[in-house]
Design a protein. Sequence first.
Length: 432
Amino acid sequence: MKEEFLHYVWQYRHYDFMNLKTSRGQQLNVVFPGYHNYDAGPDFLQAVVMIDDVRWVGSVEIHCRSSDWLRHRHQEDNKYKSVILHVVYEHDLEIQLGGNEVVPTLELKDRIPQEMFGRYDSLMKVPDMLLCRSRLPGVDPLIVQSHLSGVLMERMIHRQNMFQSTLMSCQSDWNELIYRVMAIGFGCKKNATAFELLAQSLPYRIVRNHLSSRLQVYALVFGQSGLLDVEYCDEYAERLRYEYDYLRYKYQLCPVGAHQWNWLRLRPQNFPPLRLAQFAQMLYETGNTLSDKVLKTGMAGLQSWLSLAPDEYWQTHYMFGKSSPKHASGIGVLVINSLIINVVVPIRFAYARFTGNDQMQEDALGLLERIPYEDNKTTRLFLDSAFPSGSAYDSQAQLELMDRYCSQKRCLKCAIGEKIVRGMGVCPLNTV
């Protein structure tokens, strides 16, 4: 027996609650099981129970065995003095709070449907990252889709909370927030941190002063990256460095350092200099309409805006001072989709909730339905299952599902897993 399962059984009353009695024979009626406590202290707070017609309000602690109270050393923690009921699977020891006061104990061993625990135990033992794979076809598709939609909302709200702290550091300037998040998006996974440091060290208010000059925008971006601090036998790089030296002195700038950039196992089209050139070009072409582009532009406009290419130098270079055969230097479709998924949609969602615009919130999530299903090592786990895989709406929800539920085996907190454990209209579990 696992405490997590007992928490679930207690919270949702999945036990025989008729004629309850404590271990000492007292009549027990559970009025309210309490609020699940995820911090230190008893498992459930503000519970309400009746013991022999006396109303008690306080905490409930749950263990597999009564003796776990001592094993966990709760007798030494004052937080547990508020416990009014000890709920256990097996009662093997009377627990005293102090003096001769015995903690009322409820044993659930003969009150929990064993088939329910059997389904839960079998689910936990499935040798698959996606524990519910073989049982999923028997779950109502409406339940699956509804839960995925809820999980996607959790993902967006989590992003919103992250943006909130960044927005405070930006003095509530949405342009600055968008600029920083867009920079992280251009860095993708390998160089997201380096791009974030660059954006923090080069405020958007400075960039905005020079948006009329492509040379100066490029000089600021490359100069702050630290990639101009090495010697190049290249006229283009020298011109950028000359311009940057003036701007660096003017604004007292400090570059992030070339060592911050990751080159390992990157294809040439993902090399930091080319990504920085694309980022600089995006800032230059966008001008003073950055927030409008991100918050108001439709799908076709976003794709057109992000399908940009830096100046001609980057058609024959992946890095300074080293020419290469002519190649496409613009942003690829996969990166464009990534920017819309990971930058545009979360920012629009956050801004919509910040301003109370429900329609904008729905439209932001609607953009995901117009982007193909993402292909990565996590989404591939879902492809041969009964989970939907029609668009990025599905893949984003599944990424959150795996991160916050599946990988932690939190099936009892998942609407899909709960239906399987309760055996509500699902096919038999196949663990082979």
